[in-house]
Design a protein around this ligand. Structure first.
Ligand SMILES: [Zn+2]
Length: 364
């Protein structure tokens, strides 16, 4: 097997295959494995849906590296590949062991979306908008009401009049404002795009339980949540999804190319309620460094177009089987480039970030 083949084999074509590779690679390392099954629902192939955890290193490690995948369903093709590549990486695991670090891998935060090829979870919730305090007033996005009918027109593909109406909105407000109004998160239209939900999701509650079990004693945590769909092809943008006071630590560990949405320098909008923000609730005394490692696929407006189609389909169950298949396939390709070149870029950059995080934790 060539090195290129070895890298490509870390990636999978379905959620079920990815889960199998992850569990096999974890078993080969004698990792402690836990599986949290999503109750009552099955995958696209009838398979069990679960969030799987593999834990390596000392059980009482104070310094913990967390790598999570599949927060946004099919983005898990990439994140799962990174996790399997790490489990296959003797040299990098050796460095983690030398530094006596704990390693916590969380596979398929959103197994339903991963299997069914939807970025959202089983309830159309964007998990990275779901980790807000539902006991308080929810974040407002008053601009969403105006963009919803533009983003999700009555028919798909959009008519010329639909396209003209959207172009007029973008012409008036600018593309950046349009993207921010669509993507920052909204809590009022349950079948709309970037919907944050009305209560903590199963994934939210499960991630919190995992942190309470594995990270409660940690004094230092580095957490990489792997994503796709923003930025240039194959490039890994280091997005900082944490609180402003932790940005200096993130840049010290990962470099000057850590971009913070709240500074307006990232490919991502400043979103409400990302998964990684649970660390502030569950591990309030730990020093944390958080990253959304976001790998580019297709041009961002093309990705958004395919997300629109996906949500239109969710609103229109009467769509034909042929259209259904085409939209699902289009969504998969928006978040996963099934090409050796891309996979090589992913594993290379992921490895650098994991090594940097190891060094950051080691020195902490
Ligand atoms: Zn994502």
């Amino acid at each position: 097997m060539t090195n290129s083949q070895a890298i490509s084999r870390c990636f999978s074509g379905t959620y079920a295959e990815a889960r199998g590779k992850f569990l096999d690679a974890a078993a080969a390392r004698d990792a402690r494995v836990q599986s949290f099954e999503l109750p009552g629902l099955r995958g696209a192939l009838g398979e069990t849906l679960a969030m799987d955890v593999a834990r390596l290193g000392p059980a009482d490690a104070k310094r913990l590296l967390v790598v999570s995948s599949g927060t946004h369903g099919p983005e898990g093709f990439c994140g799962s590949g990174c996790q399997v590549a790490l489990l296959n990486d003797d040299e990098l695991l050796g460095r983690l062991a030398d530094a006596k670090l704990g390693l916590l891998l969380i596979h398929a935060v959103n197994p339903h979306g991963f299997s069914h090829l939807r970025r959202t979870n089983e309830d159309n919730i964007d998990l990275n908008r779901n980790h807000v305090d539902f006991g308080k007033a929810l974040p407002l996005n008053p601009a969403y009401a105006e963009v919803d009918p533009l983003v999700l027109p009555a028919t798909w593909p959009p008519t010329e009049a639909d396209n003209a109406a959207l172009a007029a909105y973008i012409g008036k407000h600018g593309e950046a404002t349009y993207r921010a109004n669509v993507t920052r998160g909204q809590y009022v239209v349950p079948d709309g795009v970037f919907y944050g939900g009305a209560a903590p999701s199963w994934s939210n509650r499960t991630v919190r339980a995992i942190l309470r079990e594995h990270a409660a004693e940690a004094t230092h945590i580095g957490w990489i949540d792997v994503h796709t769909g923003l930025g240039p092809y194959g490039h890994g943008e280091k997005i900082y999804p944490g609180r402003p006071e932790g940005l200096a630590r993130a840049r010290a560990w990962w470099g000057a190319d850590v971009f913070a949405p709240f500074e307006g320098t990232s490919a991502s909008a400043d979103v409400s309620g990302p998964v990684v923000s649970t660390v502030y609730d569950e591990c309030p005394d730990a020093a944390v460094a958080l990253m959304g490692l976001e790998f580019g696929t297709l041009p961002s407006m093309e990705v958004l177009q395919r997300l629109r189609a996906d949500h239109w389909l969710n609103r229109h169950p009467e769509a034909s089987q042929a259209q259904r298949r085409a939209i699902r396939q289009g969504l998969r390709e928006a978040f996963y480039c099934d090409e050796d070149t891309w996979k090589g870029m992913i594993v290379g950059q992921s490895r650098v970030v994991l090594l940097q995080t190891t060094q950051g934790l080691r020195a902490a």
